[in-house]
Ligand binder design. Structure first.
Ligand code: KIV
Ligand code: ZN
Length: 435
C-alpha cells in the first residue's frame, strides 16, 4: 500500500480540502456467513461454511459473524462444529446473532458453550415504520424489548460456568429509519442494563438496514449518534451498511469519517437484496490511498473462486478490483497511456504506482498484466504493438503501427469479435513473416 500516493497529496498538496480522509483501517467484522448466507437461494452447507470461515480467517478477519444458531438446527450444528472441532483460531472471535427474545437468547448461550471468544449480537427493530406497521408498539415498548434482552444476557453471562470471553453487540435494527434521539436513548439504556464500561465496551452497531437516503445522510446520523450518546466511552461505534441505492461503500466511507470505528460487511457485497457493504471494495479503496487495510487481498482470484463456489453467485465483470474486465483497456488512447505509464515506471525507477487508467497494480491483488490490453475493432495503434512486444517480444517500429493496426482491426471486423493474442500474432505472421 505504500506505493500508492493519497489523492490529497498528489492533487491538492496546498489546499484545505479534503480536510478529512480515512487514515486507518477500522475494526472489520465479516457477516458473510450470516447476512450473506441468509440471502442465498441455497444457503451454504456445513463444508462450505467451514471453507469460507477458514478463508476469512486467512484474510485476517478477527471478528466473524458465523450465523444465527438459535434460528435453526443447521445453524446450531455449524456453530457446535466450529467450536468442538477446533476450527477457530485463538485470536478470532466468533459472533452470533440473536433477536432480543428470551428463548432465543437462552439457546444462543447453549450454542456457544466452550468457545474461547464470543460476541453475542442481539437486536430488535426500532424504526418508526416498523413500530407502526410490524410491532404496533411505541418507543417505550421497543426500549423494553432491548433492555429486557440486555438484562437476560447479563444474567446468563454471570451464571455461565466456563472460560468463554464474552463481549456484546447491540443493533437497533433499521437504525437509519429511527428518530436519531430515540436511537441514542435505546443504546444508552442497553449500555446501562449490561453495565458496559470503557474497559468492557458494548459494540453499538448502527445498521443502514435498508439504504434509504444519500450516503451523507447516513453519515450525519452516525455523527449525531456519536456526539449525543451519553455513555460514548463505553461504546465501540460499528456500522452495517446495506446497498439498496448502490451506495453501500460510499455510505460506509462517509460513516467512518463521521466517527464510526468498526465496519460490518461481506466479501464482494453479498447479502440481503442488493447486498451488504462490500468489504473488498472498501478495503482496497483504502489500500489505493496508501492506507493499510489490515486485511489480505493479495489473492483475490482464489477468494473469488471460493466465493463463487460456496455461494453459487457470479461476480460481475465490472465488479471493482475483481471483475474480469476491470484491468482491461479496449480504447486506443487508454492503451497508449498505460503503455507509456509502464515505460515511465521502468525507466524512472519511481517507488510509486504511476500508471494512468490503472488505479491499482493488478499484481497487488494476485492478477496478471496480460489481460490489461485487449484488442478489438476500437483499439488503437498502440494496443496491438503493445501485445506484440509484451507477449511475443517483437518491438515493432513506430512507423509500422498504423498499418499493422489496420490489419488487426480488419480481422476483428471479419470475425465480429476481439482477438486473442495468438490470433493477433497470426495476422502479423501472415502479413510480415510469410513473405
Ligand atoms: O441489516 C441489519 O439491520 C441486520 C441486523 C440484524 C444487524 O442485519
Ligand atoms: Zn444486515
Amino acid at each position: 500500500f505504500e506505493k500508492y500516493i493519497p489523492f490529497k497529496q498528489i492533487n491538492l498538496p496546498d489546499r484545505q480540502w479534503p480536510n478529512n480522509t480515512i487514515t486507518k483501517a477500522p475494526i472489520w467484522c465479516s457477516v458473510d456467513l450470516r447476512d450473506g448466507n441468509q440471502a442465498l437461494v441455497d444457503p451454504m452447507n456445513l463444508e462450505e461454511k467451514l471453507e469460507f470461515f477458514h478463508a476469512l480467517c486467512d484474510m485476517g478477519f478477527k471478528e466473524i459473524e458465523i450465523g444465527f444458531p438459535s434460528a435453526s438446527e443447521t445453524e446450531y450444528e455449524i456453530c457446535r462444529e466450529l467450536i468442538e472441532n477446533n476450527h477457530i483460531p485463538d485470536d478470532v472471535t466468533i459472533q452470533v446473532l440473536v433477536q432480543a427474545r428470551e428463548h432465543l437468547i437462552r439457546k444462543t448461550f447453549e450454542a456457544v458453550k466452550g468457545a474461547k471468544n464470543v460476541i453475542v449480537h442481539f437486536y430488535n427493530s426500532t424504526s418508526t415504520l416498523q413500530r407502526k406497521v410490524v410491532f404496533k408498539t411505541d418507543m417505550d415498548g421497543v426500549i423494553k424489548i432491548a433492555v429486557d434482552g440486555a438484562k437476560l444476557i447479563k444474567q446468563l453471562t454471570d451464571e455461565y460456568d466456563g472460560d468463554t470471553n464474552f463481549r456484546f453487540e447491540y443493533s437497533p435494527e433499521s437504525f437509519s429509519g429511527t428518530e436519531p434521539e430515540n436511537a441514542v436513548e435505546i443504546c444508552d439504556r442497553v449500555i446501562e442494563a449490561l453495565g458496559s464500561t470503557a474497559e468492557n465496551k458494548l459494540i453499538v452497531n448502527l445498521p443502514n438496514t435498508v439504504e434509504m437516503c444519500t450516503p451523507n445522510t447516513y453519515a450525519d446520523q452516525i455523527e449525531y449518534f456519536v456526539r449525543n450518546l451519553k455513555h460514548r466511552d463505553a461504546a465501540i461505534i460499528s456500522i452495517h451498511p446495506h446497498n439498496d441505492r448502490g451506495c453501500g461503500v460510499a455510505a460506509g466511507e462517509l460513516a467512518l469519517l463521521a466517527g464510526a470505528e468498526r465496519v460490518e460487511g461481506t466479501l464482494f457485497g453479498n447479502g440481503e437484496r442488493t447486498g451488504n457493504m462490500d468489504i473488498v471494495t472498501m478495503g482496497l479503496n483504502m489500500f489505493t490511498q496508501g492506507v493499510d487495510p489490515k486485511l489480505d487481498f493479495s489473492n483475490l482470484p482464489k477468494l473469488r473462486e471460493i466465493y463463487e463456489r460456496c455461494t453459487n453467485m457470479k461476480i460481475d465483470p465490472r465488479q471493482p478490483y475483481i471483475g474480469e474486465l476491470v484491468f482491461t483497456a479496449f480504447s486506443g488512447s487508454h492503451q497508449d497511456a498505460i503503455n507509456k505509464g509502464m515505460k515511465y515506471m521502468k525507466e524512472s525507477g519511481t517507488d510509486y504506482w504511476e500508471i494512468p487508467y490503472l488505479p491499482i497494480d493488478p499484481a497487488d491483488v494476485g492478477r496478471e498484466y496480460e489481460p490489461i490490453i485487449r484488442i478489438n475493432s476500437q483499439s488503437g495503434k498502440g494496443g496491438a504493438a503493445f501485445v506484440m512486444n509484451n507477449n511475443f517480444g517483437y518491438d515493432l517500429p513506430k512507423r509500422m503501427h498504423p498499418e499493422f493496426s489496420k490489419l488487426v482491426q480488419a480481422k476483428c471486423e471479419e470475425l465480429g469479435r476481439e482477438l486473442i493474442p495468438k490470433e493477433l500474432f497470426e495476422v502479423f505472421e501472415k502479413n510480415y513473416l510469410e513473405h
